[in-house]
Design a protein around this ligand. Sequence first.
Ligand code: FEO
Ligand code: CA
Ligand code: CA
Ligand code: CA
Length: 685
Amino acid sequence: MSNEPKHRQSPPHKNNWDIDDEPICNHSHNPDFGRILSTRLQRRQVMRGGLATAVAVMFSRPHVASFLADSASAATGNPKLGFNPIPVSEADTIVVPEGYTARTLIPWGEPITGNYPAYKVENTGAEQGMQVGSHHDGMHFFPIEGRLPYEGSSNDGLLVVNHEYIEPRYMHKAAVGSALNAGTVPMKPDGKREADQVLKEINGHGVTITRIRQQANGTWAVARDARNRRVTAGTPMELSGPVRGSDLVKTKYSPDGTRTRGTINNCAHGVTPWNTYLTCEENWARYFRNGDSAELPREHSRYGVSTDDTSRYAWELADNGADEYIRFDVSSKAASATQDYRNEPNTFGWVVEIDPFSPNSTPVKRTALGRFAHEGVVFHTPVEGQPVVCYSGDDARFEYIYKYVSAQPYRQASASGSLLDNGTLYVAKFNEDGSGEWLALKFGENGLTPANGFRDQGDVLVNTRTAADFVGATKMDRPEWGAIDPSTGQVYFTLTNNTRREDAQVDAANPRAKNAWGHIIRWQEAGNKAATAFNWDLFVLAGPEDDSRKLSGQSLNDESIFCCPDGLWFDADSRLWIQTDISESVMNQGDFKPFGNNQMLAADPRSGQIRRFLTGPIGQEITGVVTTPDQRTMFINVQHPGATVTEDEFAAGQINSRWPDKNPAMYPRSATVVITKNDGGMIGT
Ligand code: FEO
Ligand code: CA
Ligand code: CA
Ligand code: CA
């Protein structure tokens, strides 16, 4: 666990195979297929070993073969992997194929607004609010005119970047020379936190919106623009959709339950058909601590709100006692919910809409999309007169994949965020035979009734996980990014890993027990995109040569071994880009050593061919990918370089990554990387 404050103890179960960041919160008893399907169990008794089991699942189901045949004939794209694959790497640098160039853009601390304060470790909290945040993640390039992927400027746009979390020891002058582990915060002798450090950490979170332009020499740079903006963990936001005004979101700050402050742990993102940005709140739960002696409400317990002495970064202990900081202690302190912050966590776990072209607009939390550890959101291409359809994964062990279908039809001329306020949220059930069902999380349906403890649609949505448990969704191996093939409409999702899945919990969609390597699942809706049935199969089982499988039936090899798939994106030519997030707790150690540093690969969705395109520096993950409309500039993010430095190494100044500045006096920094082809061609061709 890399992200825990110093004064929190690591959980006793921590070991080399425990590579998730968050505790398991799904203790529901909705069935695992391994338990209910006797055919499955019988097969497993015959074939011991994860791969044999998984391969049987991948290739033995006749209707899946027909799904694949359909998809091949439906495909019109012709993706080519025209680059020479690169080897794995443990070097502290970005490596791209021959003929490509990678350059750094907007590292953490780069000034983008206000009085443009230059980056230095002494920067104040207020200065951080005028600079790029830390831990870059999901990202989109909005052409300054026109829209991706069909049109628009390819040398001038607004780059919008999520900032997932922060690294306090690389952030504060006060941390230099102390023995601090990754994620640990410097405390004052009196047990409080310096308020300006807390502000700096809050402002290091959120989203950066900045105009960038390509210069005459081909490089990109920040342009000063009135739309440059920082959204942070303190920015005022509106709640919209069925939860707006619910008793469950009434707080001292917003007694009518319509507003909250900030967005937290913004992992992946989405882009709406009306050209706005969605930022997704993932591992927000432990930013709050609840010290009540009574049993926690399900709105807290089912999400893992901390019961420790302090929250993740102990923001509630800021020494100025300001309301915006003490709200992270969500214990009951007053006579009613409108006088304290017991409901503050219920205003997190949402998808937040930001219009990057309206710098004064208030971000809106779209509650109809559900409350969980949202990784990202991915939309089908909208069709005039039909509902808007999108998907989102809940990235925790044994959590679910969700689909949203708007109640109102899409009309290009008038489409807006209100389409995300009224619709049906579904959760996926993957059947053993390769079929699947979308189960509606609608108050009054599927048993989501007062008799079963659900009061109204707002209650169902605040307790999305509990509702999904109740209807019997399939527990997945940590759903991360989704991507939709523009030539077939097939939906792909990464399932990054789940080393806690036991033999008896194996199912067809999550076919390996102790799944350390992860896999990619895909499906096609049965009929139109709003259908409640689908067909699915597995695209790839990641892993080393002796425990992996591509569509062709062959294993991954030197040019393609990878594990822990996370970021996923289709370019306009149906090239599938796959990014990896091996946990820093196991990176380059033991069985994970063959994979080297985290990397990015490209895949052909029809042939299943995969080739390694990029390797990153030490201690980081690669996450976030988009190109300009002409596909001649690609942006990716490097997050948390140097995260593997131990507390002793930190105290001794032995920092294993100096990326990207290559300056021994500077700490490593998350940053965006700009990739171009030296001949000016399209990326990946
Ligand atoms: Fe923030 Fe699921 O990765
Ligand atoms: Ca991720
Ligand atoms: Ca991560
Ligand atoms: Ca991840």
